[in-house]
Design a protein around this ligand. Structure first.
Ligand code: SAH
Ligand code: AVI
Length: 324
């Protein structure tokens, strides 16, 4: 069987969780929403548009790095089984599938993502392009459902690209990396982790506040998701996109700012959320890393750095790690 999809999103439980997250997040002093709710179909498509923006350097930088280093990497570590967290459109994954010879050699690919439609579409594309590939897709939250990733079949490479790790705070990063370490079948397994690096603030800021306003639309789209899920009447255009670099915390923060007073009714929750002019919802953190910081983060999850590759401008790093 070349294709299997396991769906671990129990819709009723998901709905309850979302309601709890929204209630907790929007009734707190600093209002916030978890960034995983960006990714409905429209949000995933907006993210794909972000990856093509001139200001958004991470995707093309990481893709070029993959192209450059993966052929060498597979000379010493040739995986049979590739697990990818937050796989999305699996666009960059193809650099890896090419290098491992998935056109001819039997390789299993296990993408994990909350967005089922995107996973299905990319699986169909990959199965057509790589005749020796099998795909076992897992629809679920990587912060909760790692136990459902099938056991390794041969040499396993776990990938977590795009610096999506940077959308988690420190305790969540440690929990997730520990979980990823446990997916590796002992010392003969590898983790390929993409991390965005600390750099000139102007470059960072532009990447999260592009001239065409695609990141603004991506940010506002979370309000459409909430409106649909809890029968809300947020007016996304009444919220201004605000992205800035918090230097002390080494993270980009994205917020949605109500420039005028707003009262938002969330019908299903029986709640009215009030905003003072200037009050905001914190929707995303995107942490930026340094090599010592990454080494510490890996060590905290009992992983050790095996290789560190950066692009010539020092914008982005691909890290190969193994169980310590
Ligand atoms: N790996 C791709 C996509 C990154 S966008 C790239 O590097 O370009 C982040 C992806 O992670 C989206 O596809 C989103 O649906 C997924 N995602 C975000 N939070 C998630 C979570 N908690 N569990 C599973 N997938 C998640
Ligand atoms: C998916 N993630 C790594 C992106 C990032 O850069 O933090 C999401 C994103 N947010 C705004 N632009 C892109």
């Amino acid at each position: 069987m070349r294709y299997r999809i396991d769906v671990y999103t129990d819709e009723a439980a998901e709905q309850r969780r979302l309601e709890e997250d929204v209630r907790r997040g929007l009734t707190a002093w600093q209002k916030s929403l978890p960034p995983k709710y960006f990714y409905d179909r429209a949000g995933s498509l907006l993210f794909e548009r972000i990856t093509e923006l001139p200001e958004y350097y991470p995707t093309r930088t990481e893709s070029a790095l993959l192209q450059e280093i993966v052929p060498g990497l597979t000379e010493t570590f040739l995986p049979d089984d590739i697990v990818e967290m937050g796989a999305g459109s699996s666009e960059k994954t193809q650099r890896v599938l090419d290098a491992v010879g998935a056109v001819r050699r039997p390789v299993r690919y296990v993408p994990v993502d909350v967005d089922r439609v995107t996973l299905e579409a990319s699986a169909a594309r990959l199965l057509q392009k790589y005749p020796a590939l099998s795909v076992h897709a897992v629809v679920g939250d990587f912060e909760r459902e790692l136990a459902h990733v099938p056991p390794p079949r041969g040499r396993r490479l776990v990938m977590f690209l795009g610096s999506t790790i940077g959308n988690l705070d420190e305790p969540a990063r440690r929990r997730l990396l520990t979980g990823l370490r446990d997916l590796l079948p002992g010392p003969d397994g590898r983790l390929l982790l993409g991390v965005d690096l600390v750099k000139d603030v102007k470059i960072l800021r532009a990447a999260y506040d592009d001239a065409a306003g695609v990141t603004r639309d991506f940010n506002r789209n979370i309000l459409n998701v909430i409106n649909r899920a809890v029968d809300g009447d947020f007016q996304p255009e009444a919220f201004r996109h605000h992205a800035f670099y918090n230097e002390a915390a080494a993270r980009i923060e994205m917020h949605l700012v109500a420039d005028s007073a707003q009262a938002v009714r969330l019908g299903r929750l029986g709640l009215t959320i009030r905003f003072r002019p200037g009050e905001d919802i914190w929707t995303e953190s995107s942490y930026k890393f340094t090599r010592p910081g990454v080494e510490t983060m890996l060590a905290d999850a009992s992983l050790r750095l095996v290789r560190w590759h950066v692009d010539p401008a020092n914008y982005f790093a691909l890290t190969l790690a193994a169980p310590a």
